[in-house]
Each structure stands twice: as C-alpha cells, then as structure tokens.
Design a protein around this ligand. Sequence first.
Ligand SMILES: *[C@@H]1O[C@H](CO)[C@@H](O)[C@H](O)[C@H]1NC(C)=O
Ligand SMILES: *[C@@H]1O[C@H](CO)[C@@H](O)[C@H](O)[C@H]1NC(C)=O
Ligand SMILES: *[C@@H]1O[C@H](CO)[C@@H](O)[C@H](O)[C@H]1NC(C)=O
Ligand SMILES: *[C@@H]1O[C@H](CO)[C@@H](O)[C@H](O)[C@H]1NC(C)=O
Ligand SMILES: *[C@@H]1O[C@H](CO)[C@@H](O)[C@H](O)[C@H]1NC(C)=O
Ligand SMILES: *[C@@H]1O[C@H](CO)[C@@H](O)[C@H](O)[C@H]1NC(C)=O
Ligand SMILES: *[C@@H]1O[C@H](CO)[C@@H](O)[C@H](O)[C@H]1NC(C)=O
Ligand SMILES: *[C@@H]1O[C@H](CO)[C@@H](O)[C@H](O)[C@H]1NC(C)=O
Ligand SMILES: *[C@@H]1O[C@H](CO)[C@@H](O)[C@H](O)[C@H]1NC(C)=O
Length: 491
Amino acid sequence: MLLANVIAVLASSSIAAAYTPNKQGSQYRYPFAQPYDQSFLDGYSVLKHLGGQGPYSNRRSYGIARDPPDACVVDQVIMLKRHGERWPEARTASKFTSSLDKIYATNTDNKKFAGALEFLNRWTYFVPEGRYVALETYNGPYAGLLEAYKHGADYGVRYGHLWDPTAANLTIPMFTSGFERIAMTARQFGQGFFGWNYTDVVALNIVPEESYLGANSLTPTCISDNDTAVCDNLTNYQPQFDIAAERINSQTPGLKLNTSDIYNLMQMTAYELNVRGFSDWVNVFSLDEWVAFGYTQDLSFYYCAGPGDKNMKAVGAVYANVSLSLLNEGPDKTGKLFLNFCHDTNITPVLAALGVSSPADDLPLDRIPFPNEYAVSDIMPMGGHLTIERLACNKTALSDAGTYVRLLLNEAVVPFTGCQDGPGFSCALSNYMQLVSGSLPDFISTCGFNESYPQYLDFWWNYNTTRAYDYDTQHPIPAGEGALTYEGTPA
Ligand SMILES: *[C@@H]1O[C@H](CO)[C@@H](O)[C@H](O)[C@H]1NC(C)=O
Ligand SMILES: *[C@@H]1O[C@H](CO)[C@@H](O)[C@H](O)[C@H]1NC(C)=O
Ligand SMILES: *[C@@H]1O[C@H](CO)[C@@H](O)[C@H](O)[C@H]1NC(C)=O
Ligand SMILES: *[C@@H]1O[C@H](CO)[C@@H](O)[C@H](O)[C@H]1NC(C)=O
Ligand SMILES: *[C@@H]1O[C@H](CO)[C@@H](O)[C@H](O)[C@H]1NC(C)=O
Ligand SMILES: *[C@@H]1O[C@H](CO)[C@@H](O)[C@H](O)[C@H]1NC(C)=O
Ligand SMILES: *[C@@H]1O[C@H](CO)[C@@H](O)[C@H](O)[C@H]1NC(C)=O
Ligand SMILES: *[C@@H]1O[C@H](CO)[C@@H](O)[C@H](O)[C@H]1NC(C)=O
Ligand SMILES: *[C@@H]1O[C@H](CO)[C@@H](O)[C@H](O)[C@H]1NC(C)=O
C-alpha cells in the first residue's frame, strides 16, 4: 500500500471516530498530529542561502527561550538594526541586466524559451529605473517597510513596559545613521513601536555617515585599513556555478552564461524575493548551488566586515564598548530604550568584537565547511538585528539576585562565550563588563584616528530633542542611494 493511501485510510472518519475527543480535559490530541514538529526544514529554505541579500529570517536558535527567564525582567534594551528588505542598488542592478541581456539575446526569432528558463516566456524584469533604486520595498510578503513596522510592533509589545505613555513631556531618542533607506526603516519601526505616540515622544536623531565623526558614529570606519587581506582577493566563484552554467546553457541554444552570470542571476533572485515575494529563478538553481551562493556571502562578510579582518574587531569595539557604559549606568540614569539603525557591515564588526558567531578557524577558501558557524543568512539578513537585554533578576537556585545581560541575534538568544552564570544562560553584568572590556582592541589607534577626531560615541547622552526629523519632509520622492545630513537633507 502506498504511504499516501495508508494516511488516507487512517484519516478517514470511521478511524477518526475511534479517537473521539475526551471532552473532559486537555488529554485529547488529534490522532497523528505531531505536537512537536519533526521536519525542521530551515536548512532547506532558500532564505538560509541568500546571505545578507534576501528577506529576513530568524536565526536558527539553540532552543533557549526568547522571553526573559522566570526570575527576571528586562530593564534596558540596546538594539542595533539593519535596514529592511530593499531594491538593488543601481550598480548591482546593472549586473543583473547584463546577464539577462545575454539570455534574451539568444531569443532572436521570437522563439520560445524552453527547459529551466521556460518561465521567461512570461517573466518580466522587476527593477525600474530611478526612484526605487536601493530603497526599502513596500509590497509583498517580504516588503522592507512591512518588516520594519512589524518588528517595531512586536518590540512595542515585548518592551512596551520600558516607556510610560502617560508621562508628561517624554522624549525618547532614536538614532539612525544618515542614509535614506536606514532612516526609512527607523521611522517605520518607530511608528510600529510607539503607535500614535511616535510623533510626540520620539526624537529621531540622524547621525551622518562621515568619517570625520571618528568614534561618534553608528558607521565608524577604518581610515588606515590598508592591509590587502583575503577580502581583496575574493572572487564570488564557487565550482557549483560551473555546473549551473553548463546545465542552463545546454538547455538554451546559443547561450553562453559564465560563472559570473550565475552569481548575478542568483543575487537577482534574492532581490526578486525582496520585491515580489516569489521568484521563478529560485528553481532554476539546485539547493547545492544555493548553498554555494550562500557561502560566497559568508566569505565576503567574514573577511571584509567580520572576524576575518583584524581591523573590524576594532571598528566594532566602538559600539561594544559604549554599550557597556549604558548597561553599567542602568535604566534610570540615561534611559531604557536605545534603538539604533545602520548597515549590515556596521553590525557584523560589533558581533566580531563581542565574539558572537566567530568561528575558531578562518573560513576555508577551497571548500565549504559543514557545519558553518558563520552563515550570514543567520547573522545579518535584511532587517537583521543585535539586541542587548539588561535583566533585573531575583535570586534563583542557580544565581544571586542582580543584573544580568543577554545577547539576542535575530531573535535567537546567543549565550555569551565563557559566561552563562545567570538565569536563562545570561551573564552577570560584572562578568560581562570584564570579559568584553578586557578583549576589545582600541579603535582610535588601530583605525588611524588621532586626537583631533571624536574619541567616543556620545550621542546617546547628548542627543537632539527636536521632532523635526521623525518623518521624511525632505523627499516627496526619496533619493535612493542618498547619504543624509543631520537634518535629513541629501548630504
Ligand atoms: C522578584 O521578587 C519580588 C519580591 O518578591 C516580586 O515582587 C517580583 O515580582 C519578582 N520578579 C520577578 C521577575 O519574578
Ligand atoms: C500618547 O498619546 C496619548 C493620546 O494622544 C496622549 O494622551 C499621551 O499624553 C501621549 N503620551 C506621551 C508620553 O506623550
Ligand atoms: C513640558 O515642557 C515644557 C517646555 O519645556 C514646559 O513649559 C512644561 O511646563 C512642561 N510640562 C510639564 C507637565 O512638565
Ligand atoms: C598601513 O597603515 C599603517 C598604519 O597607518 C602604516 O604604518 C603602514 O605603513 C601602511 N601600509 C601600507 C602598505 O600603506
Ligand atoms: C591576493 O592575490 C594576490 C595576487 O594573486 C597575491 O599576490 C596575494 O598574496 C593575495 N593575498 C592574499 C592575502 O591572499
Ligand atoms: C563573464 O562574462 C562577462 C561578460 O559578459 C565578463 O565581464 C566576466 O568577466 C565573465 N566572467 C568570467 C568569470 O569569466
Ligand atoms: C571603553 O570606554 C571607556 C570609557 O567609558 C574607555 O576608558 C576605554 O578606553 C574604552 N575602551 C576601548 C577599547 O575603546
Ligand atoms: C590628525 O589627522 C589629520 C588627518 O590625517 C591631520 O590633518 C591632522 O594634522 C592630525 N592632527 C594631529 C593633532 O595629529
Ligand atoms: C543635533 O543637530 C545639530 C545640527 O542640527 C548637529 O550639529 C548636532 O551634532 C546634532 N546632535 C546629534 C547628537 O545628532
């Protein structure tokens, strides 16, 4: 008997009747429904192989509860969030069209596409010129503006106890780096979090992405980063792309895609998901090829913006170090909510500085490691975020009453390496402070900023209280790739 028939018989009403619900209590379970899912299909989802280019997905967790441990309440939150799902930048889109042009050029006499590309007989390209470029997407299941609003709305429930809607004259600052898509994300998040009160409570501070700000920035850089490390030699090539090129070319007379075209088309697929929510291109490539594409992204972040570049730990030290000051001061002195927004490559250095997702060995260049501790789709997809929770805990059988810290990356608790002495695998604040401050390199000297530059991030303490930048009043049609000034005007 086929398995499908067995299931059909088991599910038929006469069999089901034998399992009449016990109306008395909670013992009843519908027959054969699995109360604990056995499939765990995350690894087979294309979203886990798009690196930072595709829609948000939660990090695969260790199973540690997301809610605070029983004895604890969250009393302060420091979040650093990447912008949401977006349209491609113009430079990237031009690579998509150059590879597409090669394909359409084979279609000379209006003959139909066949094989894996058959859908091209109906497909249309999805990136118009101009006003959409590099901005947040707004339609479809993975729309960036939707993701940011929904994230804000979720956190408004989770952390709503950290602000008082009945307070008089309340100002809560939020901080966005000066870039159009990031400010858009911050504004959506803020409206989701604070609702109608966004307008009267939040003071959105725009911190320009200028190197003259030194350490007083959400986007610090290394101006003396002159070591031509592995980063400069990465090619985005993987042997699996040869297989894809050969297969697709063999099905399409006259087509000569090379491995760069395969990379471009796979990258384009990620953006089609950001824009449309579905993509016929997903099935043009095999899962092995998607794994290989994902690894090109892991290599790039690891060696160019992560633990594989020695300067990046120093860049990330700015935020890692200054967050210690806030945690140490606690909620009553400076504030309870610190909501910050920037780019992917500004957050991965912070993770490197904190030792989160840092593999013991450098990622290999000649093969894909399994398991891979540095999967960017788990680390920094579109909308990715690092959330630091300060916990006020009562005494438990395990730990004393006191202050503890937890790190959450894309909603998964990531226990701090070498310190899990608190409830819910959290780390005592004093131990956390000691471990982190003792391990950070010095940003100013490592990255070539002398004493003429700001030496610390201090806008969390010295912010503007104006509500003037809470909304985009500058751009009826936003300027896509635009850097912004303090006033939200194009830099
Ligand atoms: C901590 O203990 C106090 C005093 O018993 C109690 O009021 C409070 O609810 C406890 N907090 C948590 C998070 O259990
Ligand atoms: C939030 O909005 C409500 C309704 O407009 C208002 O009464 C309240 O004062 C606002 N809270 C703050 C902190 O501004
Ligand atoms: C709110 O702030 C304004 C201006 O700073 C001040 O005039 C007013 O008294 C304050 N209101 C309250 C209730 O504190
Ligand atoms: C790189 O920068 C460092 C520090 O600024 C300097 O000492 C070194 O000479 C530079 N190396 C090259 C190749 O420019
Ligand atoms: C990068 O490639 C160049 C040229 O092939 C080579 O000389 C250099 O050693 C490579 N650098 C690294 C860090 O692999
Ligand atoms: C693939 O072809 C394009 C031109 O269509 C070229 O620019 C690119 O360098 C080629 N890539 C490889 C790996 O040969
Ligand atoms: C961290 O910040 C403190 C001031 O709060 C400063 O004394 C220390 O030098 C900083 N450490 C690094 C590595 O920047
Ligand atoms: C600091 O560096 C800047 C840029 O390199 C340079 O113009 C300036 O003279 C330096 N100032 C000091 C005090 O060394
Ligand atoms: C506040 O705004 C002014 C200009 O509008 C700017 O010079 C200053 O640096 C801003 N401060 C912060 C913390 O953004």
